[in-house]
Design a protein around this ligand. Structure first.
Ligand code: SF4
Ligand code: SF4
Length: 310
């Protein structure tokens, strides 16, 4: 195992493409792989690695550890940019030996609640768009990462990717992470030509890492005066953190990318239009004043010229 820190990713890429077997796999493709305490490399992959945490990972882990988001973030995470974008997120802290804080000789101490990135390895998923086929549904396929140190590929067990994913609990992760990953991919597709405002970055970070703070923001700021929210939905996000998380994704899509996922209240729109009209009125009055001043200056100059001729 190399000492270089790698990134365990859910975004369909790998630090070293030469580790990817150059084949497209489907859900029914068979793979030969098994990871268990008997492999000689057991827990070798639980160190020197950046494990990006999704909002669902953080929610699941902090509930298991029975601590607040603030405490979880402080004790177990470090801020980082998500998938080479300008969107801030967090990764798992490593200890002084570069090892995951949850790994022991016996394996992962939070196995049932381990992050999505740990579950996906070594099968990645990619969405493939044809350059001339914009709008068409992306072709989804899988790929296998085969690294020298990972002896799981030498184990005799064979199974389909579908069965392997079910065993790892990956389908639930996909369901919980897909909207958040789409926001990241959308941001990524813009490149760095358009920079995101610091306010937008703060919003993304709050929803992605601290649902308790986001809940306070929804219920204790002017948020509900601004957005039209169905009372039943409001009740659901008040009482269920998963619903709150999905609502957060809708809010981000609307606030950061202009998606029509949330409706601003009519009186707020009217007030904004009125403000714009007033400032337009102010600008018109300023322009008229400047024009009048120019005419007066010109007249004064003409009088001066006449006097000079005499
Ligand atoms: S969370 Fe568990 S599986 Fe993931 S790196 Fe840490 S010990 Fe390994
Ligand atoms: S078999 Fe692969 S996935 Fe399992 S512990 Fe070894 S390196 Fe990690």
């Amino acid at each position: 195992m190399t000492n270089e820190t790698k990134t365990q990713t859910m975004f369909g890429n790998d630090n070293n493409p030469s580790n990817i077997i150059p084949m497209k796999y489907t859900l029914d493709s068979k793979i030969q792989f098994q990871c268990h305490p008997g492999v000689s490399c057991f827990t070798a992959c639980c160190g020197n690695i950046d494990i990006i945490l999704t909002p669902f990972d953080i929610l699941r882990l902090r509930k298991e550890l029975n601590i607040s988001s603030d405490e979880f973030l402080l004790r177990f995470t470090t801020p980082m940019w998500v998938d080479k974008t300008d969107l801030p997120g967090v990764k798992l802290n490593l200890d002084e030996d570069g090892r995951c804080p949850f790994v022991t000789k016996k394996g992962c101490t939070i196995y049932e609640h381990r992050p999505s990135a740990c579950r996906y390895y070594p099968i990645g998923m990619a969405n493939f768009h044809q350059a001339d086929d914009e709008g068409a549904e992306a072709e989804k396929f899988f790929f296998v990462v085969k690294e020298e140190h990972c002896k799981g590929h030498d184990e005799p067990k064979t199974w389909t990717i579908r069965d392997w994913r079910a065993d790892q609990g990956v389908d639930l992760c996909d369901e919980m992470n897909v909207q958040w990953m789409q926001l990241v991919m959308r941001r990524k597709s813009y490149g760095f030509q358009a920079s995101m405002s610091p306010e937008g970055q703060k919003m993304f970070f709050m929803v992605s890492t601290n649902l308790e703070k986001f809940k306070n923001f929804v219920f204790e700021s002017s948020f509900l005066d601004t957005y039209e929210i169905d009372p039943q939905e409001l009740e659901e996000i008040k009482n269920d953190d998963i619903n709150l998380m999905f609502f957060g994704f809708k809010y981000l899509a609307s606030a950061l990318f202009g998606a029509k996922t949330l409706q601003v209240k009519k009186e707020k729109i009217d007030a904004r239009v009125e403000k714009m009209k007033n400032s337009q009125g102010d600008r018109e009055a300023d322009a008229e004043e400047t024009y009048k001043q120019l005419i007066a200056d010109r007249d004064a100059l003409m009088v001066q010229n006449e006097d000079y001729k005499k």
